[in-house]
Ligand binder design. Sequence first.
Ligand code: APR
Length: 321
Amino acid sequence: MRVLGESETKTRDDRPRAAVIGAGHVGAMTALRLAETSLFSRVTLVDIIPGLAAGLALDMWHSASLRGFTTKIEGSTDLSALEGASYIIMTAGRPRQPGMSRTDLTGVNAEIVSGVADGIRRYAPNSVAIVVTNPLEEMTHLMARRTGFPSNRIIGMAGVLDSARFCSLIALEGIARPQDVSAIALGSHGTEMVIPLSLATVRGRPLEELIAKDRLAAIVERARDSGAEVVKLLQKGSAYFSPAESAASMVAAMVKGGSDLIAACVQSAGAYGVEDTRIGLPVRLATDGVKEIVKLPLRPDEQAALAEAARSIAKRISELG
Ligand code: APR
């Protein structure tokens, strides 16, 4: 029997690389979700706490034979580890505590995002950056400004999560499975979230025909406050299973060639009459980021709510300085 030499056993791995910044709750779960797809040659986890990213990465890799994935996972404290990554998922930063709004995180997380953005610009200048750190619209804007990346390569993750939360809550009414509900959450990842009910359906049937108006309004409200509901229950830290799944699904879709219609925080550039801010809009993703903003027919009240959301977001962004 001939024993293969090292050069004969190693095959070239052309799969892209992804990096996740922040090995906390959201980051660790995102890294695992991405690795489990086996779409990447490697997922690199980066955190400033010594040993945290490396330890978690090793632990995750130990599960590879059981789970059956082939994506290597590594950890580092150094942003130079981003070199070669095509997709960067930014989750570093403080989460909310009970009683806090996402905007209460602005100061502390702006500093973290700025530092990381400089590292992304330096070590992964051609990557697509997906921002998860809150407050989402402000941090997405900051990431764009500091990296100087073109608008298609900076995407904020919130619409996928908010839409999924709404679909899951509708399913609790007992009329459908979560995946049978089609709805899209636009505007901000917070108070100014806009869920256009005129577009929401269950297996093609208008949701407004299936659930009474008052009840629907209450579900929209609960979806909007879902993050706070989880924070209140946990008492320490914020949601991470569904945010991680949302971010990972966006990146996986990009690697596979593109996404269906989803909501994401992007530069509006006049779409929906919104001049120029970062706001949740319906988009399609391609391998290299945002492919297009999709124009959906909104009712006048929904369009007005979106315009109002844009005004509030633009004000908060202008206050960033
Ligand atoms: N570089 C790398 N990692 C950092 C940096 C930095 N400059 N600053 C902080 N971190 C790391 C922390 O060490 C911590 O491990 O970010 C991690 C954050 O993890 P958690 O505290 O568990 O927070 P998490 O629940 O993951 O939320 C992170 O995502 O959904 C948003 O609102 C949430 O802004 C928050 C972010």
